[in-house]
Design a protein around this ligand. Structure first.
Ligand code: XUL
Length: 585
């Protein structure tokens, strides 16, 4: 076989992975390096060092060793002469501190870490799990007048992991290191730099995870930059000027001599910009404007594609890495699977009346899930006048401590919802419906402002104000439905959960599930293929249109159901109740 292959790397917290696809978007080879397992000498735990004071970081040399090993493993599986191009994804927010402005040519007879580690001003890179920057974050939010103002400029309010507060902390606490630093990379631009053998600029979509980049104006915000370094020009120089714009899908250059000589990589291999892992995930799926990805893992994460820049301190907005004038919205909830499991554990044990009082804990989880599913699908279990939230962990959206609250309300006067708090519903199975419905309804009210197009709904044709996350909106602004919904992650294999959520969220053009073990690396592969075919004149289509046409819908994706409009309509009546409940916390 001599056809070309396209590589997608994923440098995540615990591993470095590389996939190779062919022109038909089929994976032909993969290689993985697991940091703890392959490099025990670094002593990382799940890829990081957890230190005092909330510091979490990772040794950069370990990543360099991983790059060598990953190429070695991949080259044993695929003829590296076939590699036409590459791109990739990396954990977001991390920063790498170089003591150089240009990368010297590397000697392929030596290792990357031997040669590159001495070029670093700092051995470790802060990791996204770091939470040691509370002080800096306060200053970031205060500088622009509060969380909402900061979010409106940078797409997110201040977060401990975001790169601006991280660099500010390093400047304050390690001034010599900051002085010695000539170049700062994000993990994505670091990996792209190693691949090309030149220090490349940041990539714009990933740069939106810094609290420094002004998304509407597409420049660094000088006031925020000055919180990191009063000499803004000096900082800007370290960041190598403005990021590479998303619409500039040009090659960063050819693969470096080091990989050509050492691993026999095709010297004509083009390297395209690398981005953040969540951003690469949306490039691994045929997501277009108003499409939403619901990831049902331990936590619930929503990624959606939109052309509306509607920032909020409660979620994140990034530029879309490959579709001009589009954005990615990212909403992260803490309470997902764990909260559902707790409700499952409270179901009475089947066929054992004596143990009913104690709830289902200790029951075979599979049986308990069957019971959960049966309750979810049972039309006789009514929750129409109930609303509840189940947050065994502190929640991000809405921002609150751990709390579970169940309420009933009268359906008579929807404009003035009066909630009555109850300790328990009559039937524990009502909790099953309520938790899945309220998790979905919460997603729905938060994604609605990011969507376009309205749906005629009598229940929503009102100007009554409801508020979520300190934001007042007319009820009528919730008359928007996503285009398609894609459900991924552990619970997406539970048909009843997906269908229930699908009807609440109400996508107009179908609900799908798919498995995404490789999504970040695959997003890199697709970008590498599309960019290369665009460069060579074989493709003349926008990324999302091209991917929709070429995506293997039957092979890689399963259609679940159409959303039931009557059910969607029914949940319109609960928006004000959910708002009242959240505001009562
Ligand atoms: C996103 C974030 C994580 C990392 C994981 O803001 O911090 O998803 O990107 O690698």
């Amino acid at each position: 076989m001599t056809s070309a292959v396209y590589l997608g790397f994923d440098l995540s917290t615990q591993q470095l992975k590389c996939l190779a696809i062919d022109e038909t978007l089929t994976i032909v080879a993969s290689a993985t390096v697991v940091f703890d397992k392959d490099f025990p000498a670094y002593g990382t735990n799940k890829g990081v060092y957890v230190k005092e004071g909330g510091v979490v970081d990772a040794p950069v040399s370990m990543w360099l060793d991983a790059i060598d090993l990953c190429f070695q493993r991949l080259s044993a599986k695929v003829d590296m002469q076939r590699v036409a191009s590459m791109s990739g994804s990396c954990q977001q927010h991390g920063s790498i501190y170089w003591n150089i402005e240009t990368l010297p040519q590397l000697d392929y007879t030596r290792t990357l870490s031997e040669q590159v580690s001495p070029l670093l001003a700092r051995n470790t890179a802060p990791n996204w799990q770091d939470h040691s920057t509370a002080k800096q974050c306060e200053r970031f939010a205060a500088e622009l007048g509060g969380a909402a103002e900061l979010a409106s400029h940078t797409g997110s309010t201040a977060h401990h992991r975001f790169t601006g507060p991280q660099i500010a902390k390093i400047h304050e606490q390690e001034p010599q290191i900051y002085e010695c630093t000539s170049t700062i990379s994000l993990v994505s631009s670091f990996l792209a730099s190693i691949m090309t053998g030149t220090l490349v600029q940041l990539e714009e979509a990933d740069a939106c995870g810094m609290n420094l980049y002004d998304i509407p104006n597409r420049v660094y915000n000088d006031r925020l930059m000055s919180l990191v370094d009063s000499d803004v020009r000096r900082l800007s120089k370290k960041l190598r000027g403005l990021p590479i714009k998303c619409e500039e899908q040009k090659s960063l250059g050819l693969i470096s001599h080091y990989f050509v000589k050492k691993f026999n990589v095709n010297p004509k291999c083009q390297v395209y910009p690398f981005t953040g892992d969540n951003l690469a995930t949306i490039c691994s799926l045929p997501l277009q404007k108003n499409d939403v990805l619901v990831s049902l893992g331990t936590s619930t994460t929503i990624l959606l594609v939109t052309d509306q820049y509607e920032p909020s301190p409660d979620y994140h907005m990034f530029m879309h890495p490959t579709v001009p004038d589009h954005y990615m919205g990212m909403i992260c909830y803490c309470n997902g699977a764990l909260a559902r499991e707790k409700v499952r554990d409270n179901l009475p044990i089947i066929g054992d009346d004596d143990e009913k009082e104690e709830g289902g804990k200790g029951q075979d989880p599979e049986k308990a899930w069957t019971q959960f599913d049966t309750a979810l699908a049972d039309k006789n279990i009514c929750t129409d006048n109930q609303i509840a939230i189940y947050f065994p962990l502190a929640e991000i959206v809405p921002s609150t401590g751990a709390v579970t609250k169940r309420c009933t309300f009268s359906l008579q006067d929807p404009q003035h919802v009066v909630l009555e708090t109850v300790d328990n519903f009559e039937d524990a199975r009502q909790d099953v419906k309520n938790i899945v419905e309220s998790q979905a309804l919460s997603c729905r009210v938060r994604i609605s402002p990011l969507l376009t197009g309205t749906v005629n709904s009598p229940a929503l044709a009102h100007d009554w104000m409801v508020s979520f996350d300190h934001n007042e909106r007319a009820l009528s602004s919730f008359a928007r439905r996503p285009h398609r919904a894609f459900f991924v992650g552990g619970a997406s294999s539970n048909r009843n959960i997906v269908e229930t959520m699908a009807h609440v969220i109400g996508a107009t053009s179908g609900n799908y599930t798919l498995e995404t073990p490789n999504s970040c690396a695959l997003g890199g592969c697709y970008r590498a293929l599309w960019s290369e075919q665009t460069r060579t004149g074989h493709v003349n289509e926008r990324f999302d249109i091209w991917l929709n046409r070429n995506f293997h819908w039957e092979r890689d994706c399963e259609f679940v159901c159409e959303s039931d409009s009557a059910k969607w309509e029914k949940f319109n009546g609960k928006i004000a109740a959910l708002s009242a409940l959240e505001n009562s916390l």
